[in-house]
Design a protein around this ligand. Structure first.
Ligand code: SP5
Ligand code: ZN
Length: 348
């Protein structure tokens, strides 16, 4: 399987995220992707290439222009506020809630940062925009390869994407790489696309982007939002709206879930994707379902990821894999490449 590797991912390196009243070191670190890269090379999974470059206007297929303009200029604005800010990440701290105005864009930088985000866990750094944009090119390159006839391709990038919505960042995500890949498959002629999100966290960004669409089926297995991040979306009764009614499947699972129950839910998601008649699959590939993950609560083991890859292959669909979460750094390479290798070995 070909991998499109984001050589600029390291330009996004946050220092700290807010957790229980303290700034704690970021879990989403550059070494995550370096571990996956080393494992791909060591196991000779296939070619590793740099992505093509695209016109930035393609990002508007998924994101609002004012949001993209904010992200593009945010670091310069942040440093212009105070020279000392060059040594500090920008972290949001104020947000509009129900009954407040989201339609007037404030001039104040902190206020605009809050308007375009939803948590204080996602620092914006000097190279965030360059890294995120190059990551989007990885997802689009992978989709292009699959449209060209490849059975599968892998976008190895960070920052991750599935929490980013039309005009908001959060959950370590800025540009929704999986949503872009899905839209590229649609634009390339695939009539119905499925996005299967197996990251521990519900992909609230992806769900909201495609909630009213019949041509995008979103299925997600994730920690129950009653107790797990992102908390405010991801319940089983969210099934889509309008033309998209019936095209959204959430399978929340309790903290502590092990592989037998998780694998059963995967089978349910794959049957729904087949019933929908999808012609291509985008997998939001997070491995924060691992038992050793420092911020998550499922109990999957290394070998389980091989079985996941095999199950995904059994869908028999052209597949774009997009890297998302997974924070047990020393195992993130093995777990991720196990999925890809399980997929390859199963044949298509
Ligand atoms: C892409 C992705 O996986 N994003 C996840 C974002 C989760 N952000 C909230 C993390 C809460 C951290 N809790 C720390 C627990 C330490 N024991
Ligand atoms: Zn996650």
């Amino acid at each position: 399987m070909i991998t499109f590797y984001n050589e600029r991912h390291g330009q996004h390196h946050g220092k700290a995220e807010m957790f229980r009243g303290e700034l704690v070191p970021c879990f989403e670190v550059p070494s995550r992707v370096e571990r996956v890269l080393a494992e791909l090379r060591g196991r000779r999974l296939g070619a590793i290439e740099a992505p093509q470059a695209f016109d930035e206007a393609v990002l508007e297929r998924v994101h609002a222009l004012p949001y993209l303009q904010f992200l593009r200029g945010a670091w310069e604005e942040w440093v212009a506020l105070n020279g000392g800010n060059a040594q500090r990440d920008a972290l949001p701290s104020v947000w509009p809630v129900r009954g407040h105005r989201s339609d007037v864009v404030p001039q104040n930088f902190a206020a605009r940062m809050g308007l375009f985000s939803y948590d204080a866990g996602t620092p914006l750094t000097a190279g965030t925009w360059d890294a995120a944009r190059e990551g989007a090119w990885c997802a689009l390159s992978a989709a292009g390869r699959v449209l060209g006839g490849a059975r599968a391709a892998f976008a190895l990038t960070r920052p991750p994407g599935h929490h980013a919505g039309h005009d908001f960042f959060g959950g370590y995500c800025f540009i929704n790489n999986a949503a872009l890949a899905a839209q590229a498959l649609r634009d390339g002629g695939v009539e119905r696309v499925a996005v299967l999100d197996i990251d521990y966290h519900h992909g609230n960004g992806t769900q909201t982007l495609y909630y009213d669409r019949a041509d995008m089926f979103y299925a997600s297995l994730h920690g129950d939002p009653l107790t797990e991040y992102p908390f405010f979306l991801g319940h089983a009764d969210e099934t889509g709206v309008g033309e998209g009614l019936g095209c959204n499947l959430n399978l929340p699972l309790p903290r502590g879930t092990g592989f037998p129950a998780w694998h059963g839910a995967l089978g349910q998601a794959l049957r729904a994707i087949a019933d929908h008649g999808a012609g291509a699959l985008v997998v939001s590939l997070g491995v924060d379902t691992f038992e050793g993950d420092p911020i998550s609560g499922f109990r999957l083991r290394q070998d389980d990821y091989l079985r996941i890859g095999e199950a995904l292959a059994s869908a028999g669909l052209p597949t774009v894999f997009v890297f998302e979460g997974g924070y047990a750094v020393s195992e993130v390479g093995i777990n991720t490449v196990n999925v890809l290798e399980g997929f390859e070995q199963r044949g298509g």
